[in-house]
Design a protein around this ligand. Structure first.
Ligand code: ACO
Length: 424
């Protein structure tokens, strides 16, 4: 381990340097405050390594994303979502026997306790399914106590992965006033979810393979993305030793915001608005460049990717294929392509390295699959679940782990005397 030197107010401090397996360099400031009284300042944690992690590697400049070392392009085309769950949560690809056992466990734990169905009756018909999802996942903890042993914890992990898809599908059925469709253990994770979403008790339903493949791809592409807002939230909440369910519920809430997972819904709403406004995408490009408009091109830009988002590249190709196979012609896809082409040539976007992100094309595919707009972010949450779990698990087993507690630079009033009402 090498050292770096910091010259602060005429005093020199040695700070250790940590280098990751991909050569990423970090200055370890853990002891800086104890030695010098100073803290580091990094609002929004844009340049802060909050942990060491062996789960996902991203190189934002080169557009690289790898799960446990495997390139996303290979994983996305060759794996099933259940396999990716196993890889992220347990660290290695499963052999066939391990995979079959895991798939079987996932299938067997999809049922919700019957009493939990009553919770759905209490939600307003206006409730956003992300709000239902986060509260229902929190509520699962009232049925399954916090895990004491590794075995119990593993069972809770399986329960969470399995039951969240049922909760998501039930929240959709509730929103359209249809009876819940119970899970089927003979189906794969993705087939089962589509079955619970689209089957109607009075009719037979065969999951169309094109939908299954598209969902598999979408969930895999969302499965992990290292220290993003929701994953950092899961780690933050979990660091207080809050339960797995409580931590994931907090992660779902963090994901719901329009600057994070909620962006996929906002992209479609934006494209729809442009269409209704006569399809004049240039007008919206101009608005996005004008700071006073308060308008941003949703689905564009990323804190980490400054070249291209490899997930967006895969989804752009998939959008063309899925729409063609489903025989869907969506005018929003044309608007999206035009926006992308124009933005990629526009100085404003080029200078700021703003490219389409994962949310830009995912919504077009969800729409073609007949997934309602309000469910887009729920699908993102389903995909991100194994990543959140893997990070929670990694954080909790870190021998150096401790409660997360950042510092601040106080810029408020200095000490002053309290003034009673009659003197204010
Ligand atoms: N449209 C127009 N201008 C933009 C956009 C955009 N979508 N995104 C960033 N910019 C501009 C900013 O105004 C800023 O310009 P300036 O340097 O002149 O002030 C510059 O680009 C840098 O933007 P920041 O907001 O500082 O970048 P940051 O890394 O903080 O934000 C974010 C990243 C939140 C993704 C941002 O690009 C954005 O709001 N995008 C739209 C929402 C979106 O698509 N979110 C999904 C992200 S991916 C995900 O969570 C799965």
């Amino acid at each position: 381990m090498s050292n770096s030197k910091l010259d602060l107010n005429g005093q020199e401090y040695e700070l250790p340097v940590i280098v990751g397996t991909e050569g990423e360099t970090a200055v370890d400031v853990l002891k800086l405050r104890a030695k010098s009284g100073a803290i580091t300042f990094d609002p929004g944690y844009g340049n802060t390594g909050s942990c060491a992690s062996a789960i996902t590697f991203i190189d934002g400049e080169k557009g690289i994303l790898r799960y446990r070392g495997y390139p996303i392009e290979q994983v996305a085309t060759a794996a099933s979502f259940a396999e990716v769950c196993y890889l992220l949560v347990y660290g290695e690809l499963p052999n066939r026997a391990e995979y079959e056992e895991f798939r079987d466990l996932l299938a067997r734990h999809t049922l919700l306790h019957e009493d939990m169905k009553k919770f759905f009756e209490g939600y307003s018909t206006m409730a956003h399914p992300m709000a239902i999802l986060s509260s229902m996942v929190g509520a699962v903890s009232t049925y399954y106590p916090s895990a004491e042993s590794d075995e119990d914890l593993n069972l809770n992990i399986i329960r969470l992965l399995a039951k969240t898809s049922t909760i998501a599908a039930f929240s959709y059925k509730k929103s359209i006033g249809q009876p819940f469709v119970y899970p089927r253990n003979d189906l794969s994770y993705t087939e089962n979810f589509l079955h619970m979403m689209f089957a109607v008790p009075a009719e037979t339903y065969e999951v169309p393979p094109v939908l299954d493949r598209a969902l598999n791809l979408l969930l895999i592409l969302h499965a992990d993305h290292e220290q993003n807002c929701s994953t950092s939230t899961v780690r933050m909440v979990g660091s207080s030793e809050a339960s797995l369910f409580a931590s994931i519920s907090a992660g779902i809430s963090a994901l719901s915001g329009p600057l994070h997972g909620g962006a996929n819904q906002k992209v479609i709403e934006m494209l729809e608005k442009i269409r209704q406004d006569g399809g004049d995408y240039q007008k919206y490009m101009d608005m996005a460049k004008d700071k006073s408009s308060g308008f941003r091109l949703m689905g564009f830009g990323h804190r980490v990717y400054k070249n291209f988002d490899p997930r967006a590249t895969l989804l752009k190709e998939a959008a063309d294929e899925v729409l063609e196979q489903l025989g869907v012609a969506d005018p929003l896809l044309d608007i999206a392509r035009n926006l992308e082409d124009t933005a990629l040539k526009d100085d404003y976007f080029v200078e700021r390295k703003l490219y389409p992100n994962v949310d830009f094309y995912s919504g077009i595919i969800y729409r073609a699959m007949s997934i309602p707009t309000e469910m887009f972010t729920v699908l993102f949450a389903l995909g991100r679940l194994p990543g959140w779990i893997a990070h929670w698990k990694e954080m909790r087993s870190d021998p150096d782990g401790r409660i997360h507690r950042p510092r601040q630079v106080y810029v408020g009033e200095t000490e002053r005397d309290f003034v009673p009402f009659d003197k204010r």
